[in-house]
Design a protein around this ligand. Structure first.
Ligand code: NAP
Length: 292
Protein backbone atom coordinates (compact mmCIF):
# COMPACT_ATOMS: atom_id res chain seq x y z
CA UNK A 1 0.00 0.00 0.00
CA UNK A 2 1.39 3.36 -1.06
CA UNK A 3 1.66 6.10 1.53
CA UNK A 4 2.77 8.90 -0.81
CA UNK A 5 -0.26 10.21 -2.62
CA UNK A 6 -0.20 13.13 -5.03
CA UNK A 7 -3.49 14.94 -5.58
CA UNK A 8 -4.01 17.38 -8.43
CA UNK A 9 -7.13 19.57 -8.54
CA UNK A 10 -8.36 21.46 -5.49
CA UNK A 11 -11.87 22.20 -6.75
CA UNK A 12 -15.23 21.50 -5.10
CA UNK A 13 -14.48 17.76 -5.08
CA UNK A 14 -10.70 17.62 -4.86
CA UNK A 15 -10.41 19.58 -1.61
CA UNK A 16 -12.59 17.30 0.54
CA UNK A 17 -11.35 14.13 -1.19
CA UNK A 18 -7.68 14.94 -0.56
CA UNK A 19 -8.51 15.98 2.99
CA UNK A 20 -10.04 12.57 3.65
CA UNK A 21 -6.93 10.81 2.30
CA UNK A 22 -4.81 12.93 4.64
CA UNK A 23 -7.10 12.15 7.58
CA UNK A 24 -6.66 8.44 6.91
CA UNK A 25 -2.93 8.79 7.55
CA UNK A 26 -1.43 8.92 4.07
CA UNK A 27 1.28 11.42 3.17
CA UNK A 28 -0.29 13.79 0.64
CA UNK A 29 1.18 16.34 -1.77
CA UNK A 30 -1.32 18.60 -3.54
CA UNK A 31 -1.11 20.83 -6.60
CA UNK A 32 -3.59 23.29 -8.05
CA UNK A 33 -3.26 25.71 -10.96
CA UNK A 34 -4.67 28.49 -8.74
CA UNK A 35 -2.34 28.18 -5.79
CA UNK A 36 -4.56 29.82 -3.12
CA UNK A 37 -6.91 26.84 -3.24
CA UNK A 38 -4.14 24.64 -1.81
CA UNK A 39 -3.98 26.66 1.44
CA UNK A 40 -6.69 24.74 3.37
CA UNK A 41 -4.89 21.48 2.62
CA UNK A 42 -1.53 22.96 3.57
CA UNK A 43 -3.03 23.97 6.91
CA UNK A 44 -4.36 20.43 7.33
CA UNK A 45 -0.84 19.03 6.87
CA UNK A 46 -0.41 18.35 3.15
CA UNK A 47 2.71 19.23 1.19
CA UNK A 48 2.13 21.71 -1.62
CA UNK A 49 3.85 21.32 -5.00
CA UNK A 50 4.79 24.18 -7.31
CA UNK A 51 4.24 22.10 -10.45
CA UNK A 52 2.60 18.82 -11.54
CA UNK A 53 6.13 17.50 -12.27
CA UNK A 54 7.02 17.91 -8.59
CA UNK A 55 4.01 15.76 -7.64
CA UNK A 56 5.00 13.12 -10.20
CA UNK A 57 8.57 12.92 -8.84
CA UNK A 58 7.46 12.60 -5.21
CA UNK A 59 4.30 10.47 -5.21
CA UNK A 60 3.77 6.76 -5.97
CA UNK A 61 0.11 7.29 -6.83
CA UNK A 62 -1.18 10.47 -8.46
CA UNK A 63 -4.87 11.30 -8.34
CA UNK A 64 -6.41 13.74 -10.82
CA UNK A 65 -9.67 15.54 -10.01
CA UNK A 66 -9.89 18.14 -12.78
CA UNK A 67 -12.56 19.69 -14.96
CA UNK A 68 -12.09 17.38 -17.93
CA UNK A 69 -9.86 16.36 -20.86
CA UNK A 70 -8.38 19.81 -21.54
CA UNK A 71 -7.35 20.27 -17.93
CA UNK A 72 -5.92 16.74 -17.77
CA UNK A 73 -3.90 17.28 -20.95
CA UNK A 74 -2.61 20.59 -19.58
CA UNK A 75 -1.53 18.96 -16.31
CA UNK A 76 0.09 16.00 -18.08
CA UNK A 77 1.79 17.75 -20.95
CA UNK A 78 1.93 21.46 -20.13
CA UNK A 79 4.97 23.33 -18.88
CA UNK A 80 6.55 21.20 -16.07
CA UNK A 81 3.65 18.82 -16.48
CA UNK A 82 3.38 15.36 -14.90
CA UNK A 83 4.90 13.52 -17.83
CA UNK A 84 8.00 15.73 -17.91
CA UNK A 85 9.05 13.98 -14.65
CA UNK A 86 8.96 10.60 -16.44
CA UNK A 87 6.81 8.81 -13.82
CA UNK A 88 7.28 5.34 -15.33
CA UNK A 89 6.12 2.57 -12.95
CA UNK A 90 3.70 4.86 -11.12
CA UNK A 91 -0.07 4.85 -11.07
CA UNK A 92 -2.30 7.71 -12.21
CA UNK A 93 -5.87 7.55 -10.95
CA UNK A 94 -8.11 9.79 -13.00
CA UNK A 95 -11.24 10.53 -10.98
CA UNK A 96 -12.36 13.45 -13.18
CA UNK A 97 -15.37 12.88 -15.40
CA UNK A 98 -14.32 12.38 -19.03
CA UNK A 99 -15.73 10.50 -21.99
CA UNK A 100 -15.07 6.75 -22.27
CA UNK A 101 -13.25 7.33 -25.58
CA UNK A 102 -10.92 9.87 -23.95
CA UNK A 103 -10.18 7.36 -21.15
CA UNK A 104 -9.33 4.62 -23.64
CA UNK A 105 -7.04 6.98 -25.54
CA UNK A 106 -5.44 8.26 -22.29
CA UNK A 107 -4.80 4.67 -21.23
CA UNK A 108 -3.00 3.96 -24.52
CA UNK A 109 -0.84 7.07 -24.11
CA UNK A 110 0.12 6.23 -20.52
CA UNK A 111 0.72 2.51 -21.02
CA UNK A 112 3.30 3.40 -23.69
CA UNK A 113 5.15 5.35 -20.98
CA UNK A 114 5.02 2.51 -18.45
CA UNK A 115 2.34 4.23 -16.35
CA UNK A 116 -0.73 2.39 -15.06
CA UNK A 117 -4.02 4.28 -15.45
CA UNK A 118 -7.03 3.72 -13.24
CA UNK A 119 -10.07 5.32 -14.84
CA UNK A 120 -12.06 5.86 -11.65
CA UNK A 121 -14.70 8.62 -11.73
CA UNK A 122 -17.06 9.06 -8.82
CA UNK A 123 -20.78 9.08 -8.22
CA UNK A 124 -21.80 11.62 -5.58
CA UNK A 125 -21.17 15.34 -5.21
CA UNK A 126 -19.82 17.81 -2.65
CA UNK A 127 -21.52 16.39 0.46
CA UNK A 128 -20.61 12.73 -0.20
CA UNK A 129 -17.06 13.93 -1.00
CA UNK A 130 -16.93 15.64 2.41
CA UNK A 131 -18.43 12.63 4.16
CA UNK A 132 -16.27 10.10 2.27
CA UNK A 133 -19.35 8.34 0.96
CA UNK A 134 -18.65 8.60 -2.77
CA UNK A 135 -19.16 5.55 -4.97
CA UNK A 136 -15.98 4.94 -6.92
CA UNK A 137 -16.46 3.54 -10.42
CA UNK A 138 -13.06 1.96 -10.85
CA UNK A 139 -11.65 0.49 -14.03
CA UNK A 140 -8.23 -0.53 -15.30
CA UNK A 141 -6.09 -3.56 -14.39
CA UNK A 142 -8.11 -5.39 -11.71
CA UNK A 143 -5.06 -6.16 -9.58
CA UNK A 144 -4.11 -2.47 -9.46
CA UNK A 145 -7.68 -1.53 -8.49
CA UNK A 146 -7.69 -4.12 -5.69
CA UNK A 147 -4.27 -2.95 -4.46
CA UNK A 148 -5.44 0.65 -4.26
CA UNK A 149 -8.86 -0.15 -2.81
CA UNK A 150 -7.85 0.89 0.76
CA UNK A 151 -6.77 4.29 -0.61
CA UNK A 152 -9.93 4.67 -2.70
CA UNK A 153 -12.06 3.76 0.31
CA UNK A 154 -10.70 6.74 2.26
CA UNK A 155 -12.77 8.86 -0.17
CA UNK A 156 -15.80 6.65 -0.68
CA UNK A 157 -18.03 4.02 0.83
CA UNK A 158 -17.82 1.61 -2.08
CA UNK A 159 -15.57 0.69 -4.99
CA UNK A 160 -17.37 -0.88 -7.95
CA UNK A 161 -15.01 -2.61 -10.39
CA UNK A 162 -16.29 -1.86 -13.91
CA UNK A 163 -13.71 -3.57 -16.19
CA UNK A 164 -10.85 -2.31 -18.34
CA UNK A 165 -9.98 1.43 -18.57
CA UNK A 166 -12.86 3.29 -20.19
CA UNK A 167 -15.56 1.26 -18.44
CA UNK A 168 -15.47 3.44 -15.31
CA UNK A 169 -16.18 6.45 -17.53
CA UNK A 170 -18.98 4.53 -19.28
CA UNK A 171 -20.54 3.78 -15.89
CA UNK A 172 -20.23 7.46 -14.99
CA UNK A 173 -21.99 8.46 -18.24
CA UNK A 174 -24.81 6.02 -17.44
CA UNK A 175 -25.37 7.41 -13.94
CA UNK A 176 -25.07 11.06 -15.00
CA UNK A 177 -27.57 10.56 -17.82
CA UNK A 178 -30.00 9.33 -15.18
CA UNK A 179 -29.02 12.19 -12.84
CA UNK A 180 -29.53 14.87 -15.51
CA UNK A 181 -32.94 13.48 -16.42
CA UNK A 182 -34.09 13.04 -12.80
CA UNK A 183 -33.07 16.58 -11.81
CA UNK A 184 -34.91 18.05 -14.78
CA UNK A 185 -37.94 15.85 -14.01
CA UNK A 186 -38.17 17.14 -10.43
CA UNK A 187 -37.78 20.77 -11.57
CA UNK A 188 -40.41 20.30 -14.29
CA UNK A 189 -42.91 18.67 -11.91
CA UNK A 190 -42.42 21.34 -9.23
CA UNK A 191 -42.83 24.13 -11.80
CA UNK A 192 -46.00 22.42 -13.08
CA UNK A 193 -47.39 22.23 -9.54
CA UNK A 194 -46.58 25.87 -8.84
CA UNK A 195 -48.49 26.89 -11.97
CA UNK A 196 -51.40 24.74 -10.78
CA UNK A 197 -51.43 26.61 -7.48
CA UNK A 198 -49.75 24.05 -5.22
CA UNK A 199 -47.26 24.94 -2.50
CA UNK A 200 -43.64 23.74 -2.86
CA UNK A 201 -43.66 22.45 0.71
CA UNK A 202 -46.75 20.30 0.10
CA UNK A 203 -45.42 18.98 -3.21
CA UNK A 204 -42.07 18.00 -1.69
CA UNK A 205 -43.88 16.38 1.23
CA UNK A 206 -45.81 14.20 -1.22
CA UNK A 207 -42.75 13.35 -3.35
CA UNK A 208 -40.51 12.57 -0.38
CA UNK A 209 -43.13 10.56 1.53
CA UNK A 210 -43.80 8.10 -1.28
CA UNK A 211 -41.99 5.64 -3.53
CA UNK A 212 -40.38 8.44 -5.61
CA UNK A 213 -38.34 9.68 -2.67
CA UNK A 214 -34.60 9.36 -3.26
CA UNK A 215 -31.28 10.81 -2.13
CA UNK A 216 -31.14 13.27 -5.02
CA UNK A 217 -34.60 14.73 -4.39
CA UNK A 218 -33.85 15.02 -0.66
CA UNK A 219 -30.57 16.79 -1.44
CA UNK A 220 -32.29 19.35 -3.68
CA UNK A 221 -35.27 20.13 -1.39
CA UNK A 222 -33.87 23.42 -0.14
CA UNK A 223 -33.04 24.59 -3.67
CA UNK A 224 -36.55 23.81 -4.89
CA UNK A 225 -37.97 25.81 -1.97
CA UNK A 226 -35.71 28.84 -2.13
CA UNK A 227 -34.90 29.09 -5.85
CA UNK A 228 -31.28 29.63 -4.80
CA UNK A 229 -28.73 27.26 -6.35
CA UNK A 230 -25.35 27.34 -4.58
CA UNK A 231 -23.11 24.96 -6.55
CA UNK A 232 -22.77 21.39 -5.33
CA UNK A 233 -22.55 19.99 -8.83
CA UNK A 234 -22.11 23.01 -11.13
CA UNK A 235 -24.42 23.15 -14.12
CA UNK A 236 -21.43 23.58 -16.46
CA UNK A 237 -20.26 20.09 -15.43
CA UNK A 238 -23.66 18.53 -16.12
CA UNK A 239 -23.61 20.12 -19.55
CA UNK A 240 -20.10 18.77 -20.19
CA UNK A 241 -21.11 15.29 -19.03
CA UNK A 242 -24.28 15.20 -21.15
CA UNK A 243 -22.17 16.21 -24.14
CA UNK A 244 -19.99 13.14 -23.44
CA UNK A 245 -23.14 11.01 -23.04
CA UNK A 246 -24.50 12.10 -26.44
CA UNK A 247 -21.10 11.56 -28.08
CA UNK A 248 -20.83 8.07 -26.54
CA UNK A 249 -24.44 7.22 -27.44
CA UNK A 250 -23.68 8.16 -31.02
CA UNK A 251 -20.51 6.03 -31.09
CA UNK A 252 -22.27 3.03 -29.55
CA UNK A 253 -25.62 3.40 -31.33
CA UNK A 254 -27.67 3.89 -28.15
CA UNK A 255 -30.94 5.81 -28.31
CA UNK A 256 -31.09 8.57 -25.66
CA UNK A 257 -34.15 10.65 -26.60
CA UNK A 258 -34.63 12.30 -23.20
CA UNK A 259 -30.87 12.80 -22.94
CA UNK A 260 -31.01 15.01 -26.05
CA UNK A 261 -33.90 17.02 -24.62
CA UNK A 262 -32.37 17.66 -21.22
CA UNK A 263 -29.04 18.54 -22.85
CA UNK A 264 -30.81 21.37 -24.68
CA UNK A 265 -32.37 22.59 -21.42
CA UNK A 266 -29.06 22.62 -19.53
CA UNK A 267 -27.46 24.35 -22.53
CA UNK A 268 -30.16 27.00 -22.44
CA UNK A 269 -29.52 27.43 -18.71
CA UNK A 270 -25.81 27.94 -19.41
CA UNK A 271 -26.75 30.48 -22.09
CA UNK A 272 -28.73 32.34 -19.41
CA UNK A 273 -25.58 32.68 -17.28
CA UNK A 274 -26.38 29.84 -14.84
CA UNK A 275 -23.23 27.74 -15.55
CA UNK A 276 -21.61 28.26 -12.15
CA UNK A 277 -24.81 27.51 -10.22
CA UNK A 278 -25.92 24.05 -9.17
CA UNK A 279 -27.44 22.07 -12.04
CA UNK A 280 -30.80 22.24 -10.22
CA UNK A 281 -30.90 25.80 -11.63
CA UNK A 282 -32.36 24.20 -14.77
CA UNK A 283 -35.61 24.93 -12.89
CA UNK A 284 -35.20 28.61 -13.79
CA UNK A 285 -35.20 27.83 -17.51
CA UNK A 286 -38.32 25.70 -17.21
CA UNK A 287 -39.99 28.49 -15.26
CA UNK A 288 -39.03 31.04 -17.95
CA UNK A 289 -40.44 28.77 -20.68
CA UNK A 290 -43.82 28.82 -18.89
CA UNK A 291 -46.45 31.56 -19.23
CA UNK A 292 -45.47 34.43 -16.95
P1 NAP B 1 -14.18 22.49 -10.04
O1 NAP B 1 -14.52 22.93 -8.66
O2 NAP B 1 -14.59 23.33 -11.18
O3 NAP B 1 -12.58 22.26 -10.10
C1 NAP B 1 -11.93 22.02 -11.31
C2 NAP B 1 -10.45 21.83 -11.07
O4 NAP B 1 -9.79 21.65 -12.34
C3 NAP B 1 -9.76 23.01 -10.38
O5 NAP B 1 -8.76 22.52 -9.55
C4 NAP B 1 -9.17 23.77 -11.58
O6 NAP B 1 -8.08 24.58 -11.25
C5 NAP B 1 -8.72 22.61 -12.42
N1 NAP B 1 -8.49 22.99 -13.82
C6 NAP B 1 -9.41 23.37 -14.74
N2 NAP B 1 -8.82 23.67 -15.92
C7 NAP B 1 -7.49 23.47 -15.72
C8 NAP B 1 -6.35 23.60 -16.56
N3 NAP B 1 -6.46 23.98 -17.85
N4 NAP B 1 -5.14 23.33 -16.03
C9 NAP B 1 -5.02 22.93 -14.75
N5 NAP B 1 -6.06 22.79 -13.89
C10 NAP B 1 -7.28 23.05 -14.39
O7 NAP B 1 -14.72 21.04 -10.35
P2 NAP B 1 -15.24 19.89 -9.37
O8 NAP B 1 -16.67 20.12 -9.07
O9 NAP B 1 -14.27 19.68 -8.25
O10 NAP B 1 -15.21 18.64 -10.38
C11 NAP B 1 -14.00 18.02 -10.76
C12 NAP B 1 -14.35 16.81 -11.64
O11 NAP B 1 -15.21 15.93 -10.92
C13 NAP B 1 -15.12 17.19 -12.92
O12 NAP B 1 -14.73 16.32 -13.95
C14 NAP B 1 -16.57 16.94 -12.54
O13 NAP B 1 -17.37 16.65 -13.67
C15 NAP B 1 -16.41 15.74 -11.63
N6 NAP B 1 -17.47 15.58 -10.63
C16 NAP B 1 -17.95 16.67 -9.94
C17 NAP B 1 -18.94 16.48 -9.01
C18 NAP B 1 -19.53 17.64 -8.24
O14 NAP B 1 -20.60 17.45 -7.65
N7 NAP B 1 -18.90 18.80 -8.19
C19 NAP B 1 -19.46 15.20 -8.76
C20 NAP B 1 -18.91 14.11 -9.44
C21 NAP B 1 -17.91 14.32 -10.37
P3 NAP B 1 -8.31 26.14 -10.84
O15 NAP B 1 -8.68 26.12 -9.40
O16 NAP B 1 -7.01 26.78 -11.12
O17 NAP B 1 -9.41 26.67 -11.73
Amino acid sequence: MSHKVGFIGMGIMGQPMSRNILKAGYEVMVYNRTREKTLPLKEAGALVAETPAEVASWADVIILMLTGPEAIDAVLEGDRGLLSANPSGKVIVNMSTVSPSYSVQLNERLVQKGITLLDAPVSGSKKPAEEATLIILASGPEQAVRQLEPLLLTMGKKVVYCGEAGKGSSMKMMINLLLGIMMEALAEAINFGLKAGLSVDAMLDVVLSGPLSCGLFNLKTEMMKTDEFPPQFPLKHMLKDLRFVLQTADEKGASVPTGHTVFQLYRQAAGHGLSEMDFAAVKRVISEMSDQ
